[in-house]
Design a protein around this ligand. Structure first.
Ligand code: PEP
Length: 256
């Protein structure tokens, strides 16, 4: 994986109130001694309403775990009821923000254009966007998954400069593997992640492509993370279900 430091990001989705969030982040930190953070970056991605509580614990206890948000608005402020600005997330000390998760793309009709707008908003505020792409089962079974992911990546980063692309993280999350227990094989993950890196070289340049972290997501657990993250072009994992269990999340982070 060249010199890229692995990143394990725990996407809590719409789970845990702010008290439960405090308990989980404390348990993760307890289960993951400081020495592990030399070799892996670990971040938690709670619901918006938990972020302030997580910030208090992380800052108060000087934890090495970082945190982020699951989404953000394309807009920085104004008449956008219900939206959360990147400026607010930055003020709360977020490091990362997930954009274009398949649940947003599918359930909230987010197009590549919207994902691009959110990616730009994240970059404007110094947040690291974790840009998600991934094919559905129909595309995979038709054997069109590489072209599909290349197109989704290209659309989601369209017009960004090489300097901007250098600041993103990409997450390849095949939709058929998310929350299903059906994990992609390590070879499947490597195939698409390698295509992502080649595309990054075309959109930016070879140096940027070699530096950007490309994660795999989809039913990652302590049982499969080692083999997946051991692939040349896979630099970590975006983890859903397994990130809600402190011991499991700490164990898989330590393996990565
Ligand atoms: C996700 O939510 O991004 C995800 C990969 O979920 P899970 O690990 O549960 O498949």
């Amino acid at each position: 994986m060249a010199n890229r430091k692995p990143l394990i990001a725990g996407n809590w989705k719409c789970n845990l109130n702010h008290l439960e969030a405090i308990a989980l982040v404390q348990k993760i930190a307890f289960a993951l001694p400081a020495k592990y953070f030399d070799k892996v970056d670990v971040t938690v991605i709670p619901p918006f309403t938990d972020i302030r509580s997580v910030q208090t614990v992380v800052d108060g206890d000087k934890l090495l775990v970082t945190y982020g948000a699951q989404d953000l608005s394309e807009h920085d402020s104004g008449a956008h009821t219900g939206e959360i600005s990147g400026a607010f997330l930055a003020k709360l000390g977020c490091t990362f923000v997930v954009v274009g998760h398949s649940e947003r793309r599918t359930l909230h009709a987010e197009t590549d254009e919207v994902v691009l707008g959110k990616t730009k908003a994240a970059l404007r505020h110094g947040l690291t966007p974790i840009v998600c792409i991934g094919e559905g089962l129909d595309v995979r079974e038709a054997g069109e998954h590489v072209a599909y992911n290349v197109a989704q990546l290209t659309g989601s980063l369209a017009g960004l400069s090489a300097d901007e692309i250098a600041k993103v993280v990409i997450a390849y999350e095949p939709v058929w593997a998310i929350g299903t227990g059906r994990v992609a094989s390590a070879a499947d993950a490597q195939e698409v992640c390698a295509a992502i890196r080649s595309t990054l070289a075309e959109l930016a340049d070879a140096t940027v492509a070699a530096s950007v972290r490309v994660l795999y997501g989809g039913s990652v657990s302590s049982k499969n993370v080692g083999e997946i993250v051991g692939q040349t072009d896979v630099d970590g994992a975006l983890v859903g279900g397994a990130s809600l269990k402190s011991d499991e999340f700490a164990t898989l982070s330590a393996i990565a």
